[in-house]
Design a protein around this ligand. Sequence first.
Ligand SMILES: Nc1ncnc2c1ncn2[C@@H]1O[C@H](COP(=O)(O)OP(=O)(O)OP(=O)(O)O)[C@@H](O)[C@H]1O
Ligand SMILES: [Mg+2]
Length: 289
Amino acid sequence: MKKKLKVLVLFDGISPTTVDQDFTKELKTKDWKTEADVMAALGSVGHTAEHLAIYDDVDLVRQKLETFAPDILFNLVEQFRNNPGFDQNIVSFFEMQGLAFTGCGSTGLTLCKHKGISKKILHYHGIHVPHFVVIPRGQRIARPKQLKFPILVKPVKEEASYGISQASFVDTDEPFRERVNFIHEKYNSDAIAEEYIDGRELYVSLIGNIRLTVLPIRELVFREVPPNEPKIAVRRGPRSAARHGYRGNVQTHLSSAYHRRLRAHRPAAGARQQGLFHRGEPKSNSRQR
Ligand SMILES: Nc1ncnc2c1ncn2[C@@H]1O[C@H](COP(=O)(O)OP(=O)(O)OP(=O)(O)O)[C@@H](O)[C@H]1O
Ligand SMILES: [Mg+2]
């Protein structure tokens, strides 16, 4: 029988929290479904799970470690003081403390968060990525002629579709300039412009450190999008309104035949050793033509 563990599940707090704060009420709501599912799953396989939400004080982790002494942290923290840019710093803190934790390491989070850097690494390992250009703030906004329309314009470092809407899809120069300018000004972020790949959207989760397990591939099905419109995963609402999930789309399991075909296209072995796919789910998606 597998060893039963003491697991500390870490949540995102959306306002200051305390070490013994009870989230039972929140866990019953739709917005906390992921957290509730993790707690329930850990309990159902016999582990002892307690939770702690972090908002702006990592010392709470130290305090909780003194009273609960977990074997491992189950890390669901994606931001610090409502800023998702700090997810890698939280993980760096766990690494410095020598704590065992689930999910991506700090190097993987840092590399994958930058949509330009991650594509350069994938390309180096022979994985196809869309042609793209990064347009930093303060630089003249011009489309390089080799970048063909239609194009998707995104913040270079956001995640989970923040800053992405139907207006991100542009097919002429003026909307291109407007959207890049919008990302620079409204998101205070450099922009990345990628050629739009018309295809199916697949999500592949990996678990492991040296030897990786590939979990069943899921597909984001764009049931509500009319056939002539671009299929883009956009958010349900603003960052504060939806903790997880995308608007009106359904994820399903793929047929096992399609699954086998995809598994034949594994990333080059070298890519795994670079830490890009290190510990848990890689922070990049795939579009399959
Ligand atoms: N080049 C592209 N071609 C077609 N669709 C795209 C392209 N880039 C992004 N999309 C669509 O926009 C969605 C969001 O883009 P992307 O995954 O790059 O950003 P993100 O989700 O904010 O970042 P991350 O995946 O790192 O969390 C994708 O899930 C996909 O539906
Ligand atoms: Mg994405």
